[in-house]
Design a protein around this ligand. Structure first.
Ligand code: DNO
Ligand code: MN
Length: 394
């Protein structure tokens, strides 16, 4: 497997020369400064590639080529947005990009309620508290319907938290909820979020699926022509939040997506942490089921609580059997080699890490510290080396 590392370009506090020391060979990045919907110009993409190559890295995976909210909502004439998207794809393919990772989460990206929850032996992690999320939904953006989405006990805790909270704590909560959005994109305060949610009023799960299918029909044929592979990233957490439907959350969803426009270019980013936050998802089984469509892997772990809360565990800790998962990916890789597939090698990256040692002082993108991710990468590297030594040569 190839070792990747996410880099936020000019927004990243971690330099390429530091990343080089982790041993990762692949940079995973985007043009984070370009607003959603605009073309990623050839010269810009080329400059990024040259910079990465000069620093000793390969760049074959984009994460993400973001999808404009209007496309997700099927709002108005989308022909210009689709044309721009396809032009960006062509410009990327011309610079050697092979895989486009993207997500189809309405409004938000990964969602947490705490960016620095304490970890037992020191350091901090990202955490999702059901009670705090319920507090945000019920009392901050004022969605009474959210009562149906949480247990009575969680609602009781939500009320208690909200009543005891200061304005600063509420601001911190909304800040944490927005932290998953990459680059320079729209982040909302409570009032802004309330307003933005209105645009999704009446957009059902089926409607969102229809909009998603349209997106696939618009871009996958072009991806085939350009030799690009699309890799959808699962929803995080893998369930509806804020009344927004989430349609990339489990095995049945993934099955629907891969069949909605069947193509070798329509595939999956296997994000172990995102899928692993739902107790009904068995991540190694999902990896085995869709193995031949996995174009990219995000490896991290979560520890779940019975009430739907979870936190990010050490990469080999938590509820997902990481050794079994890596073994599934290595088995697939071996099969691809035997079949002579030219995309045999699967690139993974350590997806998030704890803030360890002086990570917090660096103020890197939340969840993307240097040392915490390096620990994760090193542990997974060891698993890969150990398992590879036991696999017969392909
Ligand atoms: C969390 C991260 C995500 C991911 C985007 C891809 O699991 O990997 O933020 O980068 O959703 O579009
Ligand atoms: Mn991920």
């Amino acid at each position: 497997m190839k070792e990747g590392w996410r880099w936020y370009g000019k927004f990243d506090k971690i330099s390429l020369s530091e990343i080089a020391q982790t041993g990762a060979s692949e940079i995973v990045t985007a043009q984070h400064e370009i607003p959603y919907g605009e073309i990623w110009a050839s010269e810009t993409v080329q400059a990024t590639r040259q910079k990465l190559n000069a620093a000793g890295f390969n760049w074959t995976i984009v994460e993400s080529l973001p999808i404009h909210e209007k496309i997700k909502r099927n709002d108005g004439d989308l022909s210009g947005l689709f044309a721009n998207y396809r032009q960006s794809m062509a410009n990327l393919a011309a610079e050697g990009i092979e895989v486009i990772c993207y997500n189809f989460m309405p409004l938000l990206d990964w969602t947490r309620t705490d960016l620095a929850a304490p970890v037992a032996r020191g350091g901090t992690c990202l955490r999702f508290s059901s009670a705090k999320m319920a507090a945000l939904e019920l009392f901050m953006v004022e969605r009474p319907e959210a009562e149906n989405d949480y247990s009575a006990e969680v609602i009781r805790q939500a009320k208690a938290w909200f009543e005891a909270s200061t304005q600063a704590e509420r601001d911190q909560l909304i800040h944490a909820v927005m932290a998953g959005l990459p680059g320079a994109y729209d982040r909302f305060d409570t009032a802004g979020l309330k307003e933005a949610l209105k645009a999704y009023d009446g957009i059902s799960r089926d409607q969102l699926r229809a909009n998603y299918k349209r997106f696939l029909d618009e871009v996958i044929p072009t991806a085939e022509d350009l030799g690009l592979r699309f890799a959808v990233h699962p929803d995080d957490p893998p369930r509806d939040i804020l009344g927004l439907p989430r349609i990339v959350s489990n095995e049945a969803d993934i099955d629907w997506i891969l069949n909605a426009h069947e193509s070798p270019s329509n595939g999956l980013t296997l994000c172990a942490g995102s899928l692993g936050a739902n107790p009904r998802n068995n991540v190694p089984d999902i990896a085995r089921k869709f193995a031949d469509k996995i174009h990219f892997a995000h490896l991290r772990n979560v520890a779940k609580d019975p009430d739907g809360s979870f936190e990010e565990a050490a990469h080999l800790g938590g509820d997902t059997d990481m050794v079994d998962l890596v073994s599934a990916l290595l088995t697939e890789q071996r099969k691809r080699r035997t079949d002579g597939r030219k995309d045999a090698d699967i690139t993974f990256r350590p997806d998030h890490g704890h803030d360890l040692f002086n990570d917090a002082e660096r103020e890197a993108h939340p969840g993307y510290p240097l040392l915490g991710r390096m620990r994760g990468l090193a542990e997974i590297r060891g698993v890969i080396a150990g398992l590879s030594a036991q696999l017969p040569a392909a």
